[in-house]
Design a protein around this ligand. Structure first.
Ligand SMILES: [Zn+2]
Length: 93
């Protein structure tokens, strides 16, 4: 009797640990998801920052397109606008 009650107590402990491990696994999953969201967000932020710098250059009157990068421009350049994604109203597609 004593031994079987000890075994029961041990089994209860094991179940307790199993539940704890399951809960921890779920927490890890949630953290991994958050981590992924955060790194995606940071990557996006990095990209928009570099685009922001290009827009500044363009607004200062320089080409930012591959064709004439760094050269002064007199008027809007379709290639430049394409680089910063401002082709609205310019595309014929
Ligand atoms: Zn250009």
């Amino acid at each position: 009797m004593k031994i079987s009650s000890q075994i029961n107590a041990l089994l209860e402990k094991v179940l307790e640990f199993q539940n704890e491990i399951e809960a921890l696994k779920r927490q890890v999953e949630v953290l991994e998801q958050k981590n992924e969201q955060l790194s995606t967000y940071l990557k996006k932020d990095e990209k928009s920052k570099s685009t922001g710098n290009l827009i500044k250059l363009y607004e200062q009157g320089f080409h930012i397109c591959h064709e004439s990068f760094g050269q002064m421009r007199d008027e809007d350049c379709l290639f430049c606008l394409n680089v910063i994604g401002r082709t609205d109203g310019f595309t014929n597609d």
